[in-house]
Design a protein around this ligand. Structure first.
Ligand SMILES: Nc1ncnc2c1ncn2[C@@H]1O[C@H](COP(=O)(O)OP(=O)(O)OP(=O)(O)O)[C@@H](O)[C@H]1O
Length: 562
């Protein structure tokens, strides 16, 4: 029902119309059999002999023309109502699918960075590609199910009219069949749940296969171990649970299909031995029962998709619950000019996942100043820098731009002040935002300054290629930040992939140039040779800031680290 609620929320009028048309189509379906039975009823024994009822149209004789016209009309009516009902809901379904995907994109965009890191890309991609599709496929079945249910109910009404005793027997058979069928479907659903769980693990291992290709290429043993013990293990698990689920569900569907025939057999051969049923009523009952096998089949065939859709719906809901909204004001407001950002008594923890704790730390970042952050692996440099770049909010303490505190209301606006290149940066293949001729001209100038003009061109705002060396890709990322022209620049080991010449250009020209232009520059670096470029040098150890601006002490600490 939750699935259907999605449709109702998206387009209530269309869904209502589709349902009404579906119900009308179902009722009309149920009328077809009584119409035929009445049409072929004859007092003289054979239908053909009833000459008074014959009408000639285009040279063809039509027996019982009134019923024939009614039958023909009902057929056309069903064709139109059913098609319109399905098309309407199918169009809503397509919109719902797109809306669901879009809301997942929004959710991802608004989620805090640590939430995204915790969930991980493979799970998100599995949800966007697998779950959303399954939800909509399941929900799309609803008009057919509805039409079929109405047809079955209508036919049951007809059977009640024909013979109440047969109807009572039929209801008992339906109850028994329904319960046993649901039991099988429940078992099938459990297999599909397990398969869906394995799909997440499979996506995670596919990520390892692609991103770890370099590591796997060099070792047969590693490759075999990864392939057989991890990747194929998950692949086989999906395969096994899907097969088991489909086997149970197929058996259930066939069993469900055959229930009607069992009932027909029992009524025709056993029930008639104990109850008075006249021949005409028995023919009507058998015809009715044969007729409802189609709609029952439709309902049964749709149920596996509904089961999968429900599993996927639960998965998406679970995922959304693990991706809380940052709850910050999305509006970008003008902010007051500022000179100093103060991080006061800030602390940060990643939650229960790790016992690492950052802070409390107090430090100032000023415009026209270069701050170096150094420290050993795992000392907390990147964690601190994510707070300095306003990607993360401290768990306690406060951040002030001069005297204005950063709050949920203005965080998004202050983020517009920052650009950062982390070690795990992403290089978009185009310049995002408005592309003006001036911007393109500036980009071309930077391309030359960064020594990339012989490698890359910018056409219509797109880089001609991003298939470059790591160092070259970082230079393009730098170009993008230059174009953004923000007030705070943060570089996380940016120079690590650069050749010695360009390293010198970065530390001796680019950083001082940014400083001259009034930018607040933060650099995470292990390049001791260039520490003299820093106006402020801070050292991290075990999540705490241990030294500040004491180059000698810093050298001692670095010796300790090395
Ligand atoms: N995404 C994360 N989830 C949970 N804990 C994390 C996460 N990232 C880092 N940590 C924890 O924070 C600690 C500090 O990590 P951080 O990346 O800040 O160190 P670093 O000084 O930048 O190290 P390196 O020089 O190796 O990049 C780690 O030891 C780890 O325990």
């Amino acid at each position: 029902m939750k699935l259907f609620a999605l449709f109702v929320k998206s387009a209530p009028n269309k869904v209502f119309l589709s349902l009404v048309l579906g119900i009308v189509a179902g009722i009309s379906y149920a009328l077809l059999i009584p119409t035929v039975l009445n049409g072929i009823k004859s007092s003289s024994g054979t239908v053909r002999e009833d000459v008074s009822n014959i009408y000639t149209l285009f040279g063809f004789e039509i027996t019982n023309y009134k019923f024939a016209a009614l039958f023909f009309f009902i057929c056309i009516f069903i064709l139109v109502t059913r098609t319109v009902s399905q098309v309407l809901l199918m169009r809503v379904a397509t919109d719902v699918m797109s809306e669901l995907r879009t809301s997942t994109y929004y959710r991802v965009m608004k989620a805090p960075l640590n939430g995204l890191e915790k969930v991980g890309a493979p799970k998100l991609i599995a949800s966007i590609t697998t779950d959303v599709g399954r939800i909509v496929t399941g929900a799309r079945m609803l008009p057919d199910i509805l039409i079929s249910i109405v047809t079955v109910v209508g036919m049951l009404g007809f059977l009640l009219y024909l013979n109440p005793e047969v109807f009572g027997f039929l209801m008992l058979a339906i109850l028994f069949g329904g319960v046993s069928y649901q039991l099988l479907m429940f078992i099938g659903g459990r297999y599909f749940s397990k398969s869906r769980q394995s799909i997440d693990e499979l996506h995670e291992s596919i990520k390892g296969l692609i991103q770890g290709a370099k590591e796997l290429k060099l070792s047969e043993q590693k490759r075999e171990s990864y392939f057989n013990d991890i990747l194929l293990k998950h692949e086989k698990s999906v395969n096994k649970h899907d097969k088991s689920g489909n086997t149970v569900v197929s058996s259930a569907i066939n069993y469900g299909d055959m229930i009607s025939f069992f009932v027909i057999g029992m009524i025709s051969f056993i029930f008639v031995s104990y109850h008075e049923v006249n021949e005409q009523a028995l023919v009507g009952v058998v015809m009715g029962l044969l007729y409802i096998t189609g709609p029952i089949g439709t309902i049964l065939n749709s149920l596996p998709n509904i089961t999968l859709a429900n599993i996927s719906y639960r998965k998406v809901t679970e995922l959304f619950n693990r991706l809380p909204d940052e709850n910050i004001n999305a509006t970008i407001k003008d902010i007051k000019p500022w000179e100093t950002v103060t991080f006061s008594e800030i602390e940060y923890s990643y939650g229960a996942d790790t016992d690492f704790k950052l802070g409390p730390i107090t430090l100032e970042i000023k415009k026209s100043q270069i701050t170096f952050i150094i420290g050993g692996n795992g000392s907390g440099k990147s964690t601190l820098s994510k707070i300095l770049s306003l990607h993360e909010q401290p768990t306690s303490g406060c951040v002030l731009f001069d005297d204005e505190a950063v709050t949920a209301d203005n965080l998004n606006s202050y983020r517009e002040q920052v650009c950062a290149i982390y070690t795990s940066f992403y290089l978009f293949d185009c310049l995002l935002g408005e592309i003006t001729p001036e911007k393109l001209e500036t980009a071309q100038k930077y391309l030359t300054e960064l020594g990339m003009d012989d490698k890359v061109t910018i056409d219509n705002g797109y880089f001609s290629t991003t298939r470059l060396s790591d160092g070259q890709r970082k230079r393009l990322a730098l170009l993008v930040t230059f174009l953004e022209d923000r007030d705070i620049y943060l570089f996380d080991e940016w120079a690590a992939d650069q050749d010695p010449q360009f390293k010198a250009v970065f530390y001796r020209q680019i950083l001082p140039d940014l400083k001259r232009r009034g930018k607040a520059v933060i650099v995470i670096s292990h390049d001791e040779r260039y520490f003299d470029v820093a106006d402020q040098l801070i050292v991290m150890e075990n999540g705490s800031l241990v030294k500040r601006n004491q180059i000698d002490a810093v050298h001692k600490i670095l010796e300790g680290i090395q």
